[in-house]
Design a protein. Structure first.
Length: 239
């Protein structure tokens, strides 16, 4: 299996542009468009192929590991202990008491987010599923993200447009997508069905963007071990 590469194109100062994850003939583009929404676009020689995130590019792997774990756990927002400490210093408050109150509130918010993720089917049995915000759920293209051992697997689907009348404009665009061997999933940053989980994907985009601009490549120990062992990736066999 080819090593995972990270590239970028058309990056603008206002944050818009595209970062690309490339493995052989498979390419996953993550784009922030002019409408300030994210698009996950998979270009594949075989529409049934999953896109694999492994430790062979360890900095990228860590970003998707964080994405997956944060959504599964509902920990979208970090507990800001620095702000609590600052507030206590300014107002002469008991830091330990305020921290305890903040932790209880934080736990409550996490439980609310986990409930929403379950109610919207964003998370089910460890599988993350995001239906494109461009279409209603019955026909929307979508991707899934799952963890297998210490690998992450993206799979993209566009299979429900045949339920539409062939004169429907959505049928035309979704069929064209299928014919050109790519699938596009929109993540709205305002008004998404899954809001506020879109924040996690924006963090990945921004981090990948910053990573792609580094002018050197550092090989981590995880990558080195994979290269040294020349071990074929085994994730596709474990479904």
């Amino acid at each position: 299996m080819n090593k995972l590469e990270l590239k970028s194109q058309d990056l603008e100062k206002n944050g818009m542009g595209t970062v690309s994850l490339i493995r052989g003939n498979e390419r996953l583009d993550i784009s922030l468009a002019g409408n300030l929404d994210l698009y996950f676009n998979l270009y594949s020689s075989n529409s049934g192929n999953p896109f694999i995130i492994t430790k062979d590019n360890y900095p990228v792997y860590l970003l998707f590991n964080k994405l997956y774990q944060n959504i599964i756990s509902g920990q979208i927002y970090p507990l800001d202990t620095k702000s609590i400490l600052k507030e206590c210093d300014l107002n002469n408050l008991d830091y330990h008491l305020k921290l305890q109150e903040a932790e209880l509130y934080y736990e409550e918010k996490i439980n609310q987010l986990k409930t929403k993720a379950k109610a919207t089917n964003l998370v089910k049995d460890g599988l993350i599923t995001w239906l494109s915000d461009d279409y209603y759920s019955e026909i929307a293209p979508y991707f899934t993200l799952k963890q297998i051992d210490d690998y992450y697997v993206f799979e993209f689907f566009n299979e429900n447009f045949n339920n539409l009348d062939k004169t429907n404009l959505d049928f035309f665009f979704l069929k064209l997508m299928k014919q050109k061997n790519y699938i596009s999933v929109r993540i709205r940053n305002s008004g998404s069905f899954y809001e506020p989980f879109n924040i996690c994907f924006m963090e990945v985009y921004n981090s990948l963007r910053a990573l792609s601009l580094l002018d050197y490549e550092q090989i981590g120990i995880e990558e080195y071990q994979i290269l040294a062992n020349n071990n074929p990736q085994r994730v596709l066999l474990k479904k």
